[in-house]
Design a protein around this ligand. Sequence first.
Ligand SMILES: NC(=O)c1ccc[n+]([C@@H]2O[C@H](COP(=O)([O-])OP(=O)(O)OC[C@H]3O[C@@H](n4cnc5c(N)ncnc54)[C@H](OP(=O)(O)O)[C@@H]3O)[C@@H](O)[C@H]2O)c1
Length: 380
Amino acid sequence: MTVSRRTFLASSATIGGALTLGLPDVVRALEAHTESPARRPVAPLRILILGGTGFIGPYQVQYALDRGHKVTLFNRGVTNTALFPNVPRLVGDRNLPDGHKALEGGEWDVVIDNPTSNPKWVRDAGNALRGRTKHYLFVSTISVFSDNSKPIDENGPLHLPSDIDAAYDAKVYGQNKVRSEMEAKTQFGNDVTIIRPGLIVGPGDLSDRFSYWPVRIDRGGEVMAPGTPNDPVQYVDARDLGEWIVRLAETKTLGTFNATGPKLPTTMSEMLYGIKAVTTSGARFTWVAADFLTANQVRAWSDMPVWVPPTGRTAGFARVICTKAYAAGLTFRPLAETAAATLQWYHARPAAEQEKARAGLAADREVAVLAAWHASGRSE
Ligand SMILES: NC(=O)c1ccc[n+]([C@@H]2O[C@H](COP(=O)([O-])OP(=O)(O)OC[C@H]3O[C@@H](n4cnc5c(N)ncnc54)[C@H](OP(=O)(O)O)[C@@H]3O)[C@@H](O)[C@H]2O)c1
């Protein structure tokens, strides 16, 4: 719960007057003066969420329900089926020719399309929803950009779009998202919001790309840290992203937004030491130079998650300009909250899942590369 200085002072005055009351009254007085966005009254919307049960979706759904909106979900009924038993669910497989048929009966103020990379899904959603929604929000990605050599805003150069009528090829992710963004405008005209997140992190992330660091640091010992302590990083907590998307829907904010954080430029060392601060481990970081990592087949991003070398063609990758999103209300919880929640979530996962991490360096490889680094004479 965030309390600004102004509201804290206002709360203190209220509490001063409330000191003769019992503790529950004081707590209520404080809560009445917080800026928790979930407490602000908003006009209820009919929101259709395409997807909604994977990673970012559940946070959106819960936040939207908390704010009094009427939510409908549309998916196959395969992922996390126990979630939201009281929320109406339309069923369809978007890969099938008549997969969007279930959407044809309804009418919604807003449609949020979370999982789509296949531009055909956007076309089919447009056809099924024609004239029956006022606003379409599409979750894209910063991978639409073709040039990461310098910091880019929303007008940076894009990949060439994939062919919507060709067989879908998931490998050309950026190209597919570019075509999907174009198709969103074709189908829904000006009533479109395009959100381009960077790396999405936090509890529920099955890609392990951020989780590696809290888990590794929590284990303690000598931790291999990539590049230099000053290398930039960017990421966005799925909860901050999901909640902001709901607020964009409430205000019908249109346009295209790069959407990653933190708001202030952040370095790899700030991230790693920030994560360490929520553990009790005595982790020690050894910074291994980028060229040494490459020579030892340690890959940026996948083996050393979140990090890419801030040079050459990836010099701007972790410096994407998101000031437009910040001005439109994208906010960030503290790293400590993200790290602690991620760690807690990770340890609650089944043991087999924990052992099969999808990203990050295996423990034996880390030991071997660190030994080679120390033997190289470059580690001092
Ligand atoms: N992860 C990152 O770091 C990152 C970075 C940038 C952008 N992004 C983008 O962020 C978005 C994240 O989406 P999310 O997965 O978190 O969304 P989500 O809405 O939480 O989950 C995905 C939903 O899609 C449904 N779905 C999957 N296949 C379907 C099909 N064939 N037909 C109908 N529904 C289907 C799933 O339910 P069923 O399985 O039950 O159908 C599930 O409800 C994606 O667009 C991704 O490209 C991600």
